[in-house]
Design a protein around this ligand. Structure first.
Ligand SMILES: [Zn+2]
Ligand SMILES: [Zn+2]
Length: 138
């Protein structure tokens, strides 16, 4: 079962800065993997065709292979904008290392550090031993 629709848009990549075409998955509404044009009605359930909403969206860059989240803005049932979401960290880090930082909770030397550079300037620490997880500024 498809759980998204998609839109094609041109914008700068939030990871590498390269301006190119993105296929953006939108996880909202009546999802049938339909391509939705910007400025056109977004597929919604009957009775809510004139909805104002924001929806989670996601894309990967064809230039750098990295990803980022977006917010799809729907006004009166029409897809009007795709805004990069810099608050939610992407799934794919710029760099992932193990053992650089000792887990602050259990002192395991196996904590995984994922770095997100550029626009995100944050890193996460994830300890597999005690399941400690935190996000810090780079
Ligand atoms: Zn990129
Ligand atoms: Zn730990």
């Amino acid at each position: 079962m498809a759980n998204y629709n998609y839109a094609i848009t041109k914008m700068p990549c939030m990871r590498c800065g390269n301006r190119n075409e993105f296929e953006v998955s939108i996880y909202f509404g009546k999802t049938t993997m339909a391509q939705v044009e910007m400025g056109q009605p977004y597929p919604l359930a009957p009775g809510s065709q004139h909805l104002d909403a924001t929806a989670e969206a996601y894309t990967e860059c064809s230039n750098c292979g990295l990803d980022f989240n977006l917010t799809a803005v729907i006004e009166k049932g029409v897809l009007v904008r795709l805004e990069p979401d810099l608050e939610n960290l992407p799934y794919i880090p710029d760099e992932r290392t193990t053992g650089d930082i000792t887990c602050p909770r259990c002192e395991s030397a196996e904590a995984v550090v994922s770095k997100f550079k550029g626009n995100f300037s944050r890193y996460t620490i994830h300890c597999k031993q005690c399941r400690y997880f935190s996000t810090e500024r780079l």
